[in-house]
Design a protein around this ligand. Sequence first.
Ligand code: ZN
Length: 393
Amino acid sequence: MKLRPTRRALFFAAVAFLVLAGPLSVALWRLFPSLVTLLSSDTTKATGTSPEPIEPLEGPWIVALQPGHWRIEDLPDELSHRRGDTGAVYGDVREADINRAVAEALVPKLEAEGWRVVMVPATVPPDLRADVFLSIHADGSERPDRRGWKLSPPWRPSAAARSLTDSLRRSFSAEPGLVEDRDGVTIYMRGYFGFNYRRYLHAISPYTPASLIELGFVTNPQDRRLLTGDLDFWAGIVMRGLKDYFSDRKREYVEDLRPMDLRWVAAGPDGAILRRKPNETAEAVLSVDAGTVLIPVDRSGEWYEVFLRHYRRTVWVTENEVVVVSDRRPTAPRQPAANLRAAVELSLLHRHVLHDTPVRHVTKAGLMGYLPERRPSSNMAEMFSGETSGCRL
Ligand SMILES: [Zn+2]
């Protein structure tokens, strides 16, 4: 394909940058020593050619249930900024109570199958291994018409985490009275702190298949009626999803537990179009210049799901429009002792590499679609009878 002069110049600049990345990192070292540490050593060590073996668990299936926001005030210092996140509220209806009640309704059903249940507070025991980890939540919105359930596996999910989420999705979808909150999954759900073993000590093991469930909206009348009604209704849905998941699981399938290994990519010589969904006809959210670094969090066929923090959502780009950037992978070392340092390094990396990368040609309509929910007009606010707040995920 013939390149226009400006594009060609940009492309060569991007290539030059990549070639010079090594020497440049030496120069950057004086300014950002921890950034360089991450680029030059830990990531390659953690993802070398011989990955560490995964020990299978033993005994009955272990299901770890986390009622969202339960004992959130006890979070350790590394998560002190989340201690006030007590969950969505609508008048007297508190998300935290619903989460707890649904989790407790699940316990006898799980035990009846002979499975082991572990109830986990907001503070996840470091490196928690289980056959399944479910974090149960309900949402809130300032728009009372917003309703529906949604599910999220962690970023860069293992095959097992994806399968778990798919099984749960089939079970929720089979309920005629429920709707899915399509496009409602936020980066905060995908990067939920309990899943985030790269950043926090108090997080699940990378080898624990996990899913975050938002049952519905306490701020929506229809959802609220169901959420404050029969608990067995919700426990039954989750239970059917788990049985479906375990029906074709075996403990020896340890490789399914390994998180997806994704390398960083950058927009190719013609730039790249970032779309809302992984197909060519999906809405284009924005386009980025050649060389713009994108951090993948998932893959679907020929499409990468990439992280764009400004938009609170992830977006999709086809592999035809990007090039793989070196061997860099966004997977930090998994040894708990290294996690905190890696977190600092990763956030530096985001700030200097991703956030300072110019993003151009943003259409107003596309941008608006990805802005956080706006506060309602005063008329809309009057529709509420009680104090409301959202589940900040
Ligand atoms: Zn919540």
